[in-house]
Design a protein. Structure first.
Length: 151
């Protein structure tokens, strides 16, 4: 059975999304595309909500969101419980987002990256395991009720 992954983008990152879908399918992933399906202008929050809800509900364990810079998608996605979206426009961020933060949504900027670098970032994010340990304790702190973090 192929691993499933959910992906979405706005118009600014549509070309990158299409390339990353092919890249993932070549690696054996079953890619669920939530749109957009052209370079016609759309409101990125509508796409981000679809992917973030799917992760938050447990329907998917990992997702990808793409917009012009990746910032907007990250902001929307992180409003959902159990979502840990991380903006990664470089390899180190992608690796550390998985290793220390157990990021379950990768966000990238379609206007920020060449396709080859975006593929490398995605590959690093997919292949880096979560370390757990002290990092698990920290994640539980922000997954828990408000106020569970000490100030």
């Amino acid at each position: 059975m192929a691993d499933k992954i959910i992906i979405g983008s706005d118009h600014a990152a549509f070309p990158l999304k299409e390339e990353l879908k092919k890249f993932l399918e070549e690696k054996g992933f079953d890619v669920i595309d939530t749109g957009t399906f052209s370079e016609d202008s759309v409101h990125y929050p509508n796409i981000a909500v679809k992917v973030a809800q799917a992760i938050s509900s447990g329907m998917f364990t990992r997702g990808i969101l793409l917009c012009g810079t990746g910032q907007g998608m990250t902001m929307v996605a992180n409003r959902f419980p159990h979502v840990r979206a991380s903006l990664c426009n470089d390899l180190f961020s992608a690796t550390m987002a998985r290793r220390h933060n157990n990021a379950n949504i990768l966000t990238m900027g379609g206007r920020m990256l060449e396709i080859s670098l975006a593929q490398e970032i995605l590959e690093a994010w997919l292949n880096t395991p979560f370390e757990g340990g002290r990092h698990e304790e920290r994640i539980k702190m922000f997954e828990g009720p408000i106020g569970s973090c000490k100030i």
